[in-house]
Design a protein around this ligand. Structure first.
Ligand SMILES: *Cc1c(COP(=O)(O)O)cnc(C)c1O
Length: 397
C-alpha cells in the first residue's frame, strides 16, 4: 500500500481544511505505533476493559447439523456487545496522545456512537455524536444510552436522515473545529489514513483467530466468514490472512429484500466505482454519481459503500462477497439462538447465513471460522416485529 491506496481505491478526497488534520493524524499514528507504551496501554484496555481475547468457540451442534466444522469468533462478548470497541479504544488513545479534548463520531443505529461515548467517558473527554434524525427515532434507546454516558447527540436532518448524512455532517463538523477535535470514525472507510488505522485496530480479531487455530490444529483455517457494512469486522478478520492463499476470505453483504429490488445495501455486488466520504471505492449510485438510498433489516450494514481495501480485495478476487437477504439473515438469527443458545446481532447473522448456504463447499475435516461481530439483544424487538410477533392479537369470544 502506497499513499493510502489499495490498487485504484482509497486515497484522500477531502477539502483543503481537512488535509492538514489528516496529515497531523497520520504523523501522530505513525509515532504512536512505534511507541511501546502506546501499544501496551492499548493491549491493557483490550484485556481489562473490553474483555479480550474473545473466545473462539467450536459450535458443535451447528457443526453436527451442517456436517461441517465451524468455530465462532465471539466478538459479541466484548464490552458494549460488539467489535466496535476494539477500534474506538485505539482511536481514543490516539486522541488523548494528540492532546485533543473533544471527540466526535457518526453513528447509524447507534452502536458506534455508544462505543465512542463509552470510551470518551472512560477518558473524561467531551463527546458529540451525529446521528440521522430518522435513526434517532428508530433507535431512541441508544440515544438515551449515549446521553447516560455523557455524550451529546445531534440529530442530522439532511438527506434521508440516516448514516450517510450523519457521516457527512461529522466530517463538516471536524473541518469546523480541527484544532481541539478528534474524529473517531466507525469503520474502515473515509480518507486515508482512516481505513488503515481502523483495520489495524481491528486486526486483533484475525490475529487471535490465527493464534488459536494454530494452537488447536497446528494449521490455518480453510475459510473465514464475516459480514460487511463499512467492513471493519471483516477487514479485522481477513487482514492477518491476506497472504495465506489457502484461506478463503468470504464477506456477506446486505441483500435486503433482494438485489433485484432497490431495497438492499449490496455495494459490491451492485455498485460502481466512485468517490464519496473522502475515499475512492465502490458505491451504490446512479449514473450521475448520486448516492442511492440503501436498505437492510440490519442498521449496521445499511451503508451505500464499502471500505477501499475491500473494494480492492473484491476486484482482485482475493476475497469473495455475496449478498444475503433479510429473510436468510433472520432465519440464521433464529437458528443460532436455538442451536447454540447464542443470539447473534442481525449483522452477524448475515455471515452465518452465508456459511449455511455455502456449507457443501466444505468437508467436515476442514475448519471454518465465522466472526460473530456482535450480540443480538439490540435486535430482538425488530426481529419479533419482522415475524409479526408484536402485532396486536385479535381476540375472539
Ligand atoms: C457496526 C456493526 C457492523 C458493521 O460494521 P463493519 O464496519 O462492517 O464491521 C457489523 N456488526 C455489528 C454487530 C455492528 O455493530
Amino acid at each position: 500500500m502506497k499513499d493510502g491506496r489499495y490498487g485504484e481505491f482509497g486515497g484522500q478526497y477531502s477539502p483543503e481544511t481537512l488535509m492538514y488534520a489528516l496529515s497531523e493524524l497520520e504523523t501522530a499514528y505513525r509515532e504512536a505505533v512505534k511507541d511501546p507504551t502506546f501499544d501496551a496501554e492499548y493491549r491493557r484496555l483490550l484485556r481489562e476493559y473490553a474483555g479480550r481475547p474473545s473466545l473462539l468457540y467450536l459450535a458443535e451442534r451447528v457443526s453436527a447439523d451442517l456436517n461441517t466444522t465451524v468455530y465462532l469468533k465471539r466478538e459479541d462478548l466484548n464490552h458494549t456487545g460488539a467489535h466496535k470497541i476494539n477500534n474506538v479504544l485505539g482511536q481514543i488513545l490516539l486522541a488523548v496522545r494528540m492532546g485533543k479534548k473533544r471527540v466526535i463520531a457518526e453513528t447509524g443505529a447507534g452502536q458506534h456512537g455508544v462505543a465512542t461515548a463509552t470510551a470518551a467517558a472512560l477518558f473524561g473527554l467531551s463527546c458529540d455524536v451525529f446521528m440521522g434524525i430518522e435513526d434517532t427515532r428508530r433507535q431512541s434507546l441508544n440515544v438515551y444510552r449515549m446521553e447516560l454516558l455523557g455524550a451529546q447527540v445531534h440529530p442530522v436532518t439532511d438527506g434521508t436522515g440516516t448514516l450517510k448524512d450523519a457521516t457527512s455532517e461529522a466530517m463538516r463538523e471536524w473541518s469546523r473545529r480541527v484544532e481541539d477535535t478528534f474524529y473517531v470514525i466507525g469503520s474502515v472507510v473515509g480518507p486515508h489514513p482512516y481505513p488503515e488505522i481502523v483495520r489495524d485496530f481491528q486486526r486483533v480479531i484475525g490475529d487471535e483467530i490465527r493464534a488459536e487455530m494454530l494452537r488447536l490444529h497446528g494449521r490455518l483455517p480453510d475459510a473465514l466468514f464475516a459480514c460487511v457494512g463499512g467492513g471493519s469486522n471483516a477487514m479485522g478478520t481477513f487482514f492477518p490472512f491476506l497472504n495465506d492463499k489457502g484461506v478463503r476470505l468470504i464477506g456477506a453483504e446486505a441483500g435486503g429484500e433482494g438485489i433485484d429490488t432497490d431495497r438492499h445495501a449490496a455495494s459490491l455486488t451492485k455498485g460502481t466505482t466512485g468517490v464519496f466520504h473522502g475515499m475512492k471505492s465502490i458505491f451504490l449510485q446512479d449514473e450521475e454519481g448520486q448516492i442511492a438510498p440503501v436498505y437492510s433489516i440490519s442498521a449496521g450494514l445499511d451503508y451505500p459503500g464499502i471500505g477501499p481495501e475491500h473494494a480492492h480485495l473484491f476486484r482482485t478476487g482475493r476475497a469473495e462477497y455475496y449478498p444475503v437477504t433479510d429473510e436468510e439473515a433472520v432465519c440464521a438469527f433464529e437458528y443460532l439462538s436455538r442451536t447454540e443458545g447464542i443470539i447473534p446481532a442481525i449483522e452477524s447473522a448475515h455471515a452465518l447465513a452465508l456459511f449455511r448456504r455455502m456449507k457443501d463447499q466444505f468437508s467436515p475435516d476442514q475448519q471454518v471460522v465465522v466472526t460473530l461481530s456482535g450480540r443480538g439483544d439490540k435486535d430482538v424487538e425488530a426481529i419479533g416485529e419482522y415475524r409479526g410477533r408484536f402485532q396486536k392479537e385479535e381476540y375472539h369470544d
